[in-house]
Design a protein around this ligand. Structure first.
Ligand code: G3P
Ligand code: CA
Length: 246
């Protein structure tokens, strides 16, 4: 089992895709909003370009958040950089680019935690976990990062290549004995869809000294509910909800 991160004596607050409610998700402006709101960390999604650059973007298809088309992994980094990843959100963000993971690590203050979600489906990205781990180390971030994925084979890879970096499986289901999943991958905790963050389950997970981070926290009400249920952290869309907490 991994050592616990030193968390504050209140739930740990991650900004979802930076802060997707106030700026184009997974872009530098979105990460800046998280910094301004003094969140503890940012959650972001990573993929690989055709020429092996780790890029920060949620969808594997380009249409929703850029003016490009098709699969991100079919483009080289240079091609990806020609796309506009901000106009879809608002004209004031026109010209915003898809950032590289390295650029985000360079950009964020050293005190900020980074929750890296490996987006490995439907297209899988061989070598992505290794590159993420190497970049976290290179940028001195290995001690303030968590590697997560719905593709749990990525957690096994993360444990093999970077056992010192915290890892946690993502899931959206009610598991009978959820702690077994954490134990299988030597994870520091579980990142659980908010619907399944239930007081009794959280208590049983916490009794095993595991952390419980709630994701899909899309409203203030959901945030209050997961705090009540005992979540040790949560990933929220709008940083304004955390005012008075962080
Ligand atoms: O932190 C997990 C959460 O980000 C997973 O959902 O779709 O926003 O990547 P999604
Ligand atoms: Ca994500």
């Amino acid at each position: 089992m991994q050592p616990r991160p030193v968390y504050p004596s209140r739930p740990f607050v991650w900004g979802h895709r930076g802060t997707r409610a106030l700026a184009p998700e997974n872009t530098l402006p979105a990460f800046d909003v998280a910094v301004t709101h003094r969140l503890d960390g940012v959650e972001l999604d990573v993929q690989l370009t055709a020429d092996g650059v780790v890029a920060v973007m949620h969808d594997q298809e380009l249409e929703r958040t850029t003016d490009g088309r098709g699969w991100l992994g079919a483009l080289t980094w240079e091609e990806l950089q020609r796309l506009d990843a901000g106009s879809w959100f608002g004209p004031q963000f026109a010209g915003t680019r898809v950032p590289s993971f390295a650029a985000v690590l360079e950009h964020l203050p050293a005190s900020m935690w980074v929750n890296v979600e490996i987006k490995n489906a439907p297209h899988a990205y061989p070598g992505l976990v290794e590159k993420v781990a190497a970049l976290l180390r290179e940028h001195g971030r290995a001690g303030r990062a968590v590697i997560t994925s719905f593709d749990h084979t990525c957690l096994a890879q993360a444990r093999a290549v970077a056992p010192e970096i915290l890892r946690a499986p993502l899931y959206a289901a009610r598991l009978e004995e959820p702690w077994l999943l954490a134990e299988r991958y030597g994870a520091y905790g579980l990142h659980v869809h908010s619907d399944y963050v239930l007081p009794g389950d959280v208590q049983a997970i916490r009794a095993r000294d595991l952390m419980v981070n709630a994701w899909a926290v899309g409203s203030r009400e959901t945030m209050r509910r997961v705090i009540e249920a005992g979540a040790t952290g949560f990933t929220l869309d709008d940083p304004r909800w955390a005012e008075g907490i962080v």
